[in-house]
Design a protein around this ligand. Structure first.
Ligand code: CA
Ligand code: CA
Length: 186
């Protein structure tokens, strides 16, 4: 019997040691009832995800991290890029350097004991370069997006997504990481 488990409900903080089959035994004046067993298993890879889920290639080396909600004992990570490109792996992190020439999907298979899961992330690479700082003010911020907006749904040679016009797909490729207004450049 579990220490202290003498009430009508049982709350567990589940670790590997607490997995197994549980039964409840109720004893009263007219005898003892034993419940049907309930099995508790632990899937340590629940909630595993890559962050960021999507990022756009900018002027820094793109890095991704995979993590879940459980702490893992002896995880193995296997990163794969589609199309293939150079990956620099370090535990649950990977950096993509040199930068790929086209949009790349990253898959990571995480293995912990008998459990395994594969999750993905995307590195978006614009079809045409030069949009890192669209208005040339030295920042990649929302002002670049505003300055691109007048071309919305218009023909635009050399656009980011490569279909010859500006729409929501192109905005996905814009980095908006710097402050607004853009501070004076050194
Ligand atoms: Ca700018
Ligand atoms: Ca486009």
């Amino acid at each position: 019997m579990l220490d202290g488990a003498v009430n009508g409900s049982l709350q567990l903080t589940v670790t590997e040691a607490e997995t197994g089959v549980y039964r409840c035994e109720v004893t009263g004046p007219r005898g003892t009832f034993v419940s049907t067993p309930t099995e508790i298993t632990l899937d340590t890879l629940t909630g595993m995800r890559v962050t960021p889920r999507v990022q756009t290639l900018g002027d820094t080396v793109p890095t991704f991290t995979v993590a879940g909600t459980c702490s893992l004992q002896n995880p193995q990570y296997e990163w794969t890029a589609f199309p293939a490109t150079t990956l620099n792996e370090s535990g649950n992190q990977v950096s993509v350097d040199p930068p790929p020439q086209e949009t790349t999907r990253l898959d990571v298979t995480v293995t912990e004991g008998a459990d395994q899961v594969t999750v993905s992330a995307w590195l978006l690479v614009a079809a045409h370069p030069g949009f890192d700082d669209f208005n040339g003010d030295g920042c990649q911020n929302v002002q670049d997006l505003r300055d691109l907006a007048p071309f919305w749904r218009q023909a635009f040679e050399g656009d980011l997504s490569g279909d010859g016009r500006i729409d929501v797909l192109d905005l996905l490729y814009l980095q908006v990481v710097d402050p607004v207004p853009c501070p004076p450049q050194p």
